[in-house]
Design a protein around this ligand. Structure first.
Ligand SMILES: [Zn+2]
Length: 266
């Protein structure tokens, strides 16, 4: 009697126009000269003809019904028919079930990523990049202030100048602290946590510099080996979040700097 239209529609619909085994699309696009080509088969799980693959091995079902059909590409249709020892009724039903669940999940995910949400996702990424740019500039400026104060410790400048350098360290710490808070508001918890660790690390160094414990191997000084590691991890985490390479993120920071962003003004 053949497969009826209803069963056929259910099969193609639930399979998402894809082979249940290899997931390839089963309708080839039209060319300039030819119409679309159907490269899929509505394959029988248990063969209709006696002696065919898996015939009579499964439960008695209407052989042309949806339950006994699986959508496959031509290659996989031949494969499952030539290898019925491996592709048993039970296995094929499981493959079909898993495939249809996958299609459903893919469609659900796609729906939740429809146009407004995609714009929302892009907006969040733009905010993250912008927040990271401000934070990075704040860290750079703060680092310069710490290094200037550190140099002063070596050069033993006069107390007046030393106080000014220490005040600048404090001011730049406040600036970085603020940038860190703004960054945390637009970043994932992981990125916010890494930024906080960079802030804490530099703060610990700045305190030692202001206390005159650094640069030196003074026993009271903290270890400051992880400063650049934390900052490097932050760059990696932000890049992952943005779906960009690390160098692409750095280039984008540099490009924004050249456009008159956050650099020093003289
Ligand atoms: Zn296939």
């Amino acid at each position: 009697m053949g497969i009826n239209d209803k069963d056929r529609k259910i099969l193609w619909g639930r399979s998402g126009n894809r082979c249940a085994l290899c997931q390839r699309r089963l309708v080839a696009d039209r060319t300039a000269l030819d119409p679309e080509a159907v490269v899929g088969d509505e394959a029988h799980i248990a063969a209709r003809s006696p002696g065919g693959p898996r015939h009579n091995r499964g439960p008695a079902v209407a052989l042309d019904s949806y339950d006994n059909l699986i959508l496959l590409c031509k290659v996989d249709d031949k494969k499952v028919d030539d290898q019925p020892g491996h592709y048993t009724v039970t296995r094929l039903k499981k493959i079909k079930h898993d495939h249809e669940a996958w299609v459903q999940h893919a469609l659900d995910t796609q729906t939740s990523l429809s146009q407004p949400s995609l714009e929302e996702a892009n907006r969040q990424k733009a905010q993250l990049l912008s927040g990271y740019r401000v934070l990075n500039a704040a860290f750079d400026t703060w680092k310069e202030a710490i290094m200037a104060a550190s140099d002063a410790n070596v050069l033993r400048v006069d107390p007046e100048e030393e106080r000014a350098l220490h005040a600048e360290c404090t001011r730049q710490w406040q600036n970085a602290h603020l940038a860190c808070g703004q960054f945390a508001a637009v970043a994932t918890p992981e990125c916010a946590d890494l930024a906080g660790r960079v802030l804490d690390g530099w703060k610990s160094l700045a305190d030692d510099v202001v206390d005159g414990l650094w640069p030196s191997d003074h026993p009271g000084a903290d270890q400051h080996d992880d400063l650049d590691i934390n900052r490097d991890e932050l760059l990696s985490a932000v890049s992952t979040e943005l779906g960009m390479t690390r160098s692409a993120v750095l280039n984008s920071l540099r490009a924004a700097g050249k456009l008159g962003g956050t650099g020093k003004r003289f």
